[in-house]
Design a binder for this molecule. Sequence first.
Ligand code: ATP
Length: 382
Amino acid sequence: MARVELRDVVKRFGKTVAVDHVSLEINDKEFFILLGPSGCGKTTTLRLVAGLEYPDEGSILIDGEDVTYSEPKDRNVAMVFQNYALYPNMSVYDNIAFPLKIRKKQLGITDDEIRKSVTEVARLLRIEDLLNRKPSQLSGGQQQRVALARALVRRPKIWLMDEPLSNLDALLRIAMRAELKRLQKELGITTIYVTHDQAEAMSMADRIAVMNKGRVIQVGDPKEVFLEPRHVFVATFLGSPPMNIIECVIEAIDNGLLLSCPGFTKEIKGVSSDEVDGVKGKVYLGIRPEFISISKSPLPGTIKGVVYVVEPLGTENIVSVNIIGDIIVKVKVGSDINVNTGETIYLYPDWKRISIFDSDTGKLLTRITKQLREEYTEEAMV
Ligand code: ATP
């Protein structure tokens, strides 16, 4: 059992606030991913949990015990880094055995027991045939497995991984993602994993914390952060291509609000601006490229545009559509949909899937978004 809790943690390096009031609860056996752009504080957060850094404010708990200032060796965590840092002169066996050998007395274990543990973990990671080799005689993927084995041999309570797959080529990385996930589930070790690669996060995580500028912006399972972004940052950091964001203006009309966007307008019925906190003139309308359909004829409620460019991706095409001025909306459609550059087409957004964000704070305007979605759910049921 290992639950990790960060309570209002702050870490500064001089004037840089690397971790800015971060609170997180990571459940037992969970595969938890810290995702965000370079410099957002992911590694520092991980190092704070490992005990390699101490926070300036806040506390860190493992299974309810305050470990904020305890030493790494007393936390029973194992960390795997981006550069595997294997000892080049040692065999694979000795590399894996190292964490046990240096604590032999403390752990009260014999050489035989060490051998048994190393063999077992090597079997688990499918590297038992490589135990006599030196790291230089291994491929990148094999070196990665040795590093994972070394972190696992002590059977830590918590596994901390900092971009462990980033040195691998694309194919191997995808294969290792699946293996790591299998291994983590099989062993049931609570894992905190750092990456800036959204595809990696989406495919491996039970839950993701999206970070920016030292802060946690949203925590949720992969589907939730993709479909229900609570902030425009999450909407535009996740997705390939990311969510389309269009600057629009909201104003009160009879029985609702009117969203005036470049090239189209949209009524939101049954909600008034008085009821909705923080609604000012300008808002951001967010629509994922996956949730827009294309029509060649002007059906009611469609938005006219001209195809700017078509990017074929095999089974899908990304179509960039110029709706007015320099406003481009990206749409993801099946590769069977044939459209050409310069062609006039009509876009039909799935209004149940849109999000509306405050243009000042970037936060989701929950009430308006919900109202618009409900309207369209009801309409769909009629
Ligand atoms: P990356 O994906 O590039 O590794 P990250 O999200 O892991 O980035 P951190 O390494 O945690 O980000 O860094 C957060 C901020 O703190 C950055 O601005 C970084 O320059 C700064 N920082 C991190 N470690 C130190 C340090 N030891 N001394 C000074 N500044 C640091």
